[in-house]
Design a protein around this ligand. Sequence first.
Ligand code: SF4
Length: 94
Amino acid sequence: MLNPDKHWTDHAICRGADPELFYPINYSVPVMAEQVRAAKSICARCPVRAECLDWALRAGEPDGIWGGTTPEERRYLRRDRRTAARPNRTATAA
Ligand code: SF4
């Protein structure tokens, strides 16, 4: 149970985790893929994953793993949000 008197970041289970997992450095594709996988496995157990992802999407966070997503995945999610928010242009006036 989350303490409602605390900010969502106080419940983040990545506190104290190796920052390199959440900000992988591209030494090689296999190493980076393993860092991303490890970070995502932590995010999958995090009680504030939704809050974290929402913050990263609204802030346009360009780097790192946030809410279990990579920067590229967040770019797709932001694009989907923008598309969903647009008025329907196929409707015609009667
Ligand atoms: S979802 Fe991941 S990056 Fe976000 S607070 Fe939780 S563990 Fe940290």
